[in-house]
Design a protein around this ligand. Structure first.
Ligand SMILES: Nc1nc2c(c(=O)[nH]1)N[C@H]1C(S)=C(S)[C@@H](COP(=O)(O)O)O[C@H]1N2
Ligand SMILES: [Mo]
Length: 498
């Protein structure tokens, strides 16, 4: 057809890429806003950020929960915008993962076609001369001249090198650093985040990747403009050099309207009806997340020296007199009620639990908001606990009921905290009922007298201040039916290995 036009599949993947990256960037900003601090170390201590997007000071004279760190972001910037506690983080994460799948699929189609045709020659440098060439081009632009295209190529060496790096380095790096934040992946492969330094440097690099993408989009658009807008535009929109330029402008503007329109539409939908977003998007992504993460078992064995000096608290301790009396008495009167689909109900004291087989582990905690902490936990392995309870064959979920009533501990909230856990995730190594934290009885703020640890899941699953445990056939008839308090009221997904 012509020398520098693009095949239709390039135009199509280019458009989809633009659409999906807009979603990924905006939902990513939402996720970041739930803990707007970036670190180079896994202890996430306040004051040790390398970048922070908040002016809030963390109080040191009282217990302070990480949820209070959430920033309220504008829906013009973030998808869906607003505060995490009101559903924005849950909805944002659903979009991030759904669109991620589509973006990776687009990328695979693009790269396969690139190498199936000879289009790769335009992108992949085949000679080191690209480097001095790129320097020359940069020099030209810095002197406000247009760099000449490489003979036989549609663009100059600097452009080619940049495109190559964006496709083959930046995009894979974003995927790799994203995976380094998944509790199931780093629980099973603790060495993996070390490829990037640690889990927090992976998070920081993931954010730098967003900045790099944004800088690229600005630079790329600028190049298209300075190199001759109508012609370049027609090439990418209509796959041809000789296309009708007016038609190209119309089609291109329609394309941009689709990007803006879908963004506005899903943003409004996510704000008006987070429940539907949770339901519909969950149905699409949860099975995939489950497939990727649910069979991964935690194999974490950190050293004592890895224990972090700081460990955030999330969820305020139960303020009611019943709990306070129990605490005042060193939890000697506390009993754990165990019921549901089991042979017979159990009442266990803290001493009963301490006399059961015990396990000690040093593991990394990953909160959905983005912070981490490493601590040593001691408690009863859930495997032993489950055996002792003799569950009926139809029991599929464990329900953990807590003492904290959110109506008393958090503004605009209600309901006793609870979470459900698939028995398959519970009957696994490093899943335990913990009563010690860093070698001492569990402190109040971290869940005294007993809390759950499941080292392949996000933090909100690990119920603190446990009051009762029940074996159930289904989670859908408990609470509002979404699998836990945070699923019910903050629209989080029930499947949180990622
Ligand atoms: N009962 C109860 N358990 C809870 C919570 C809560 O609010 N109430 N918050 C969860 C969340 S979101 C996290 S990240 C962890 C935090 O544990 P930590 O406070 O010991 O760091 O506890 C989880 N367990
Ligand atoms: Mo959390």
């Amino acid at each position: 057809m012509n020398q520098f036009g693009y095949p239709v599949w390039i135009s199509a993947t280019h458009f989809l890429n633009l659409l999906f990256m807009a979603f990924l960037a905006r939902s990513g900003i939402q996720i970041l806003a739930s803990f707007p601090r970036l670190y180079l170390k896994d202890d996430c201590a306040p004051g040790h950020e390398i970048i922070k997007f908040t002016k809030k000071k963390v109080p040191t004279d009282r217990i302070h929960q990480s949820l209070d760190e959430e920033a309220d972001v504008s829906p013009w910037l973030a998808l869906p915008g607003g505060k995490g506690a009101n559903g924005a983080l849950g909805v944002g994460r659903h979009w991030h993962f759904l669109v991620l799948v589509a973006w990776i699929a687009t990328g695979i189609v693009y790269v396969v076609l690139l190498f199936a045709t000879d289009q790769w020659r335009r992108l992949v440098p085949t000679s080191w001369s690209i480097i001095p060439g790129a320097i020359q081009s940069a020099d030209a632009y810095l002197h406000f001249h247009l760099a000449p295209p490489t003979p036989g190529y549609p663009y100059d060496p600097l452009q080619q090198l940049t495109y190559f790096l964006v496709v083959f380095v930046l995009a894979p790096l974003q995927i790799a650093t994203g995976a380094a934040m998944s509790p199931a992946i780093i629980g099973r492969f603790p060495w993996y985040p070390r490829l990037f330094g640690n889990r927090q440097t992976a998070r920081t690099i993931h954010f730098m990747g967003l900045i790099a993408f944004a800088a690229f989009v600005i630079g790329h658009t600028f190049m298209v403009v300075v190199h001759g807008l109508p012609r370049e535009w027609a090439r990418i929109v209509l796959s041809s050099d000789h296309a009708n330029q007016e038609l190209a402008v119309v089609v291109g503007i329609l394309g941009l309207l689709v990007v803006v329109g879908t963004n506005v539409f899903v943003t409004m939908l996510g704000r008006r009806d987070p429940r539907s977003a949770q339901r519909v998007l969950g149905r699409a992504v949860d099975p995939l997340q489950h497939w990727i993460s649910s069979h991964l078992q935690s194999r974490q064995h950190y050293k004592s020296s890895d224990i972090t000096s700081y460990f955030w608290v999330n969820g305020y301790p139960p303020p009611d007199p019943v709990y306070k009396d129990l605490a005042a008495n060193g939890f000697r009167d506390w009993t754990l009620l165990v019921g549901g689909q089991i042979e017979r109900e159990l009442r266990l004291s803290l001493d009963d639990l301490r006399h059961m087989p015990s396990q000690t582990q040093i593991t990394k905690h990953n909160c959905i908001q983005g912070w981490t902490g490493v601590a040593q936990w001691t408690g009863v392995p859930l495997t032993d606990f489950i055996k002792r309870c003799r569950p009926h064959a139809n029991a599929r979920y464990l329900v953990f009921y807590a003492y904290d009533d959110k109506a008393l501990t958090q503004v605009d909230s209600k309901g006793l905290y609870y979470e459900t856990l698939d028995l398959k995730l519970a009957d696994a190594p490093q899943a335990m009922l913990a009563y010690e934290f860093n070698g001492k009885p569990l402190p109040i703020e971290h869940g005294a007298p007993l809390r759950l640890r499941v080292e392949t899941q996000l933090g909100f699953k690990m119920v603190k201040w446990i009051r009762a445990i029940s074996f159930q056939e289904d989670y859908r008839n408990i609470g509002l039916g979404f699998g836990g308090w945070r699923e019910d009221y903050a629209y989080y997904s029930r499947v949180v290995g990622i």
